[in-house]
Design a protein around this ligand. Structure first.
Ligand code: NAD
Length: 293
């Protein structure tokens, strides 16, 4: 089994971006600037935003985290986003999900200027992705595609099963993996909570992407030999072995499948760091006006 090491690949990409940012700065130019809006006190959201800010700092990007209380109104949030849209010195804007129940995520995402939507969630970016036009890819699917390409994984004509149909992972990834291009051309099955007999699907799949958010769901007896496994899940479970009393596990029972699969992403250290680096790549593209002039 070969580990798909997202941590080390993301480090390599970070070095490359840092080199470009250093050269911008030494030519007297401002660095790219990413703004993250964080609402409320959700511990997972706080952890993700902190990790994104840290990565920005490591590569020399400017980064700003704007925090709002959970009680912020939708109108106030929209006004704040509109102000950021107009600021020429901000290249990327992300709003950390999930949002409080009284705020409609689709309205918020559509308010972000699509040219600064480095998460790739805006309808214009998702539409352009469907049509194979230039756009920002959603960060997690983009990170997964980079891993597949970097490890030169054969995808042509393979049966790929994606479990989980969210707008940020499963659905866009199903589009990218079924495209007519190298490191795609899969026959994709998109499974979800209403899918029947999921074991029959997992047993037939050459590539399985787990993005459902159920700890250790995929086990040894559900897969065939030499399957490629991409584990997107990040689940916090109780543990006596760590000081904090909890640990992170994926949607795959790693110990149970590790000797049967050909490739697998670890959790942590697989898809997570690739998601963050993809966000930074999109921010650099926005800064350079590569996708949208
Ligand atoms: P989500 O939480 O919005 O939705 C879960 C999906 O799983 C739904 O489409 C649902 O139909 C499906 N599902 C639920 N139970 C199922 C079952 N028993 N069988 C089959 N399908 C089932 O999805 P999400 O936001 O994509 O998150 C999924 C997981 O991925 C979570 O653990 C999340 O934390 C993680 N995640 C990780 C990253 C990363 O960078 N590694 C990024 C995004 C999400």
């Amino acid at each position: 089994m070969i580990l798909l090491d997202g941590k080390s690949l993301s480090q390599k990409i970070k070095h490359d971006i840092k080199y470009q940012v250093d050269s911008l700065k030494s030519n007297g130019k401002r660095p790219p600037h990413l703004v993250a809006i964080l609402i409320g006190e959700n511990p997972a959201s706080q952890t993700y935003v902190t990790a994104k800010k840290k990565s920005c700092e490591e590569i020399g990007f400017d980064s700003t985290v704007i925090k709002f209380p959970v009680t912020i109104s939708q109108n106030k949030l929209i006004n704040e986003i509109e102000k950021i849209n107009l600021d020429d010195e901000i290249d990327g804007l992300i709003v950390q999900l999930p949002l409080p129940n009284h705020i409609d995520p689709s309205i918020v995402i559509s308010t972000i200027c699509y040219k600064k939507d480095v998460d790739g969630f805006h309808p214009i970016n998702l539409g352009n992705m469907m049509l194979q036009q230039p756009c920002y890819f959603p960060a997690t699917p983009m990170g997964i595609m980079s891993l597949i390409e970097n490890y030169n994984i054969e995808t042509n004509g393979k049966n790929c099963l994606i479990i989980g149909r969210s707008n940020i992972v499963g659905t866009p990834l199903s589009v990218l993996l079924s495209r007519n291009s190298k490191y795609a051309n899969c026959t994709v099955t998109l499974a979800h909570s209403r899918t029947k007999d999921i074991n029959l699907l997992t047993k037939k799949a050459d590539i399985i992407v787990m993005a459902l958010g159920i700890p250790k769901f995929l086990k040894n007896d559900m897969i065939k030999d030499s399957v490629v496994i991409i584990d997107v899940g990040i689940n916090r479970i109780k543990s006596d072995k760590s000081k904090s009393g909890w640990t992170l596990v994926g949607d795959v029972d790693f110990q149970s499948v590790k000797d049967k699969c050909s490739y697998i992403t670890p959790v942590p250290g697989g898809v997570g760091p690739m998601t963050i680096i993809s966000l930074l790549r999109n921010t650099l593209l926005s800064y350079k006006r590569v996708i949208y002039k």
